[in-house]
Design a protein around this ligand. Structure first.
Ligand code: 1CP
Length: 344
């Protein structure tokens, strides 16, 4: 099957399909016993990311089990800061830890973007092997973290609840903060272009913490970097499909779509789907936004939620997905129930 005939690519080009194509954020993850087994074999999460054979295997697991319309490269948004020279490690049961960058000396110590591939080459190898291994109808999504979200981890050295450390650096030292954002925008562009050269058919930009940007800064640090990245990708690959995910962007989503030109806007579960169908869908494909907790709870609430989204978005281009990643507590059988309800 040609890339443009795949269901995911058709809706990204503006077609309405019913039932819509479906995949899930974090579809390869700890809720799957086969993921836990491969991760144990890899030894650590980072070894799993950097071993192409194992990273490709976990990418394929949810495709084999459920037949999703898209596979998402198995990697992590924090590999880019690591490739720029940050120390990165994962604390079991807690999450990521990084060396912190809070001043001009930290910024000056970063490696140049030309050095990225010394670290990231195995990721491109995973993409290359996936293109040969996926079923003909399954699209391959590459991804990166958006500059602001990645900056929150580089500045705080870990995930934080309110991302105050990153905002504090911006207010205290805008020159350092803008320098970091510029480096991350350049690095993200390079990383995504390399994934595209290796065979990614779509790319997604995760701005998980854009909701922590105060209104006046959202345009500058969420919308503008995304616009630069989309423009740079399309200079080399005209019309290339990009999914933006300015999470908790709320009322700023219409301007985000207009100014970035993303092909699709992923929406979190807090966005009213009726509003999104009215306001966003006429200008972009919409992706989302089932509450991930329904994958834990299951039952009638899950089926009702799935059917409601299918109905609300049936009139335009739409990708069925959750509003955020599936959690480790989710029941794998609920994914089957979700897809049955969607495709009935
Ligand atoms: O123990 C484990 O096995 C690690 C858990 C895990 C997994 C499965 C982490 C650590 N990352 C991943 C994979 C991952 N991360 C993917 C793979 C593809 C897929 O979706 O199946 C993707 C796209 C990501 C992206 C990612 N990493 C984001 C953006 C999306 C989101 O969820 O908001 C973020 C914020 C991260 C950072 C990160 N990496 C891992 C964790 C636990 C976190 C979040 C830390 C925090 O809460 O601040």
């Amino acid at each position: 099957m040609k890339t443009e005939d795949k269901a995911l690519l058709r809706v990204l080009a503006g077609e309405a399909l019913d039932p819509p194509p479906a995949w899930m954020m974090r579809q390869a993850g700890r809720y799957l016993p086969e993921y836990r087994a491969t991760r144990a074999k890899a030894g650590s999460f980072l070894d799993l990311c950097y071993t192409p054979e194992l990273a490709a295997e976990v990418t394929l697991q949810p495709i084999r089990r459920y037949g999703f319309d898209a596979a998402i490269l198995f990697a992590d948004i924090l590999l880019v800061p690591q490739a720029l020279g940050a120390d990165l490690w994962f604390v079991e049961g807690e999450g990521p830890r990084l060396s912190t960058l809070t001043d001009a000396a930290g910024l000056a110590a970063l490696r140049p973007v030309s050095a990225l591939d010394e670290t990231l080459a195995p990721i491109y190898e995973t993409v290359r092997s996936l293109r040969g291994a996926l079923p003909a109808e399954t699209a391959l999504i590459g991804f990166a973290g958006a500059p602001w979200t990645v900056a929150t981890y580089m500045i705080a050295g870990r995930g934080t609840k309110d991302h105050a450390p990153a905002r504090a650096v911006r207010y205290r030292d805008p020159v350092v903060f803008d320098g970091l954002m510029a480096r991350l925008t350049e690095a993200t562009t390079h990383y995504l272009l390399q994934q595209i050269d290796a065979g990614a058919e779509v790319v997604m930009l995760f701005d998980s913490w854009s909701g922590a940007l105060p209104g006046p800064l959202f345009q500058r640090y969420a919308t503008q970097p995304a616009a630069e990245i989309v423009t740079a990708i399309r200079e080399k690959h005209p019309g290339f499909p990009v999914i933006g995910f300015p999470r908790q962007g709320g009322e700023k989503l219409p301007a985000f779509i207009a100014e970035t030109g993303v092909s699709a806007c992923a929406i979190d579960s807090g966005v009213d789907p009726v509003w999104a169908a009215e306001v966003l869908q006429p200008v972009a494909c919409v992706q989302g936004n089932l509450d991930p907790t329904l994958m834990v709870a299951g039952g009638a609430a899950l089926e009702d939620g799935v059917r409601a989204l299918r109905r609300i978005f049936a009139g335009g281009p739409y990708i069925f997905n959750l509003g955020h990643g599936i959690t480790p507590e989710a029941d794998p059988r609920n994914v089957t129930r979700m897809l049955e309800a969607l495709r009935a």
